[in-house]
Design a protein around this ligand. Sequence first.
Ligand SMILES: [Zn+2]
Length: 195
Amino acid sequence: MGDPSTGDGPAPEAASGFAGTPDAFERLWVPHRMVYVGGEGKPADADAGPQCPFCRAQDAPDADGLVVARGEECFVVLNLYPYNPGHLLVCPYRHVASYTDLTESETVEVARMTRTAMRVLTEVSAPHGMNLGMNQGEVAGAGIAAHLHQHVVPRWGGDANFLPVVARTKAVPQLLADTRGLLAAAWPAPDRTQP
Ligand SMILES: [Zn+2]
């Protein structure tokens, strides 16, 4: 872990200075998010396979892909660019864009894993509330519109402060790999992955 000013990684900051109740997540600066803000490395929407981050994540080892849980037809992955620590995405394995593309069983599993994600986040980090939802289409705010993903975003009172506006960055999570480990360890069978 290094000084962010030297570019070799974010430095931990005391969680006491941030909004919300202290929890299992420690806060870090995540200046790498600015890469995302700038749109670098964003895949073309139609591309599946290695061009799609959700197709790539599901094919990677769990820890490398930040995969938290794997169901029969859907999986849960940590958002690489979280709005808050523990920001999860529930995705079908299939590279489909629209909620209306889902089969009956995929629809049920997205719902079931969303519910479990809420339970796991509550157990691990006791958020005060959550946002759930899907952005359908780029015009509606989907970053990766071609591969459906349901957001599960834990919220704490006062978490939407001035930093995202002023600094275009956020005071957010501990290392994503550590967050993944905490959530994977708390995830129940049968979708459990190796923490
Ligand atoms: Zn995909």
